[in-house]
Design a protein around this ligand. Structure first.
Ligand SMILES: [Zn+2]
Length: 216
């Protein structure tokens, strides 16, 4: 559900940070429908929707508004802006009359986010995946970039959606970047990377992974 606060603009959830219950713009179902369409257009199949994407992933915002309106009569540019700016995962960004996904692309893009500054990054995997990654390196599979977590517990948590017993791989990010591996900051949780050679990877011992309190 997307709401609007008269003071602070678009937000998700029951109340704005100021406490206002705001006005409902889009119910849960329509938020999901619009979210899937925008993700498709900005991450996976812009061409199928008639969108032109430049090499940095940017798409014309007005054109995207027209595209969503042609699929859902209730939708349009304003709701795309509402969806993007209220997104809790900061998946998208707007610059002038352009919009793009910050990460999660399956189409070929060359993103230009700021370089990662964290010395270590983390990747959660199943036991079998982890063995393989330590041998051959960490490569993007279905996505354009590898998505790394900024802390061991975040990596562990992400992997719990795929496996009951996650392993956490540590990447020597600073060392890899020194040797030319491009890594970029997406938000406080995620860093995206080109292929990371195995020599920069190691397994983190279970005792070194602080579990979130509610998972203990
Ligand atoms: Zn507010």
């Amino acid at each position: 559900m997307i709401k609007r606060c008269p003071q602070h603009g678009f937000f998700r959830g029951e109340n704005c940070t100021c406490g206002s219950s705001g006005q409902v713009l889009l119910d849960e179902t329509k938020t999901e429908q619009l979210g899937r369409l925008v993700a498709g257009g900005l991450r996976h199949f812009p061409g199928d929707l008639g969108l032109e994407m430049d090499s940095r992933g940017w798409v014309d915002l007005t054109k995207l508004g027209d595209v969503v309106k042609s699929r859902h009569r209730w939708a349009g540019k304003e709701l795309v802006v509402a969806l993007v700016t209220s997104d809790p995962k900061q998946r998208y960004e707007i610059s002038g009359d352009r919009v793009r996904a910050r990460y999660g692309h399956s189409v070929d893009v060359q993103l230009d986010h700021a370089a990662n500054t964290l010395p270590l990054l983390f990747y959660g995997a199943s036991e079998e995946e982890a063995d393989r990654i330590l041998e051959i390196g960490l490569k993007p599979a279905s996505q354009r970039y590898v998505h790394l977590s900024t802390t061991p517990e975040k990596a562990w948590h992400v992997a719990t959606f795929r496996t009951g017993n996650p392993r956490v791989i540590q990447a020597a990010a600073a060392a890899a970047q020194e040797e030319g591996v491009e890594m970029m900051t997406v938000n406080e949780d995620i860093v995206i990377s080109e292929t990371i050679p195995a020599k920069f990877l190691s397994i983190l011992a279970a005792k070194d992974i602080p579990k979130p309190k509610d998972e203990q």
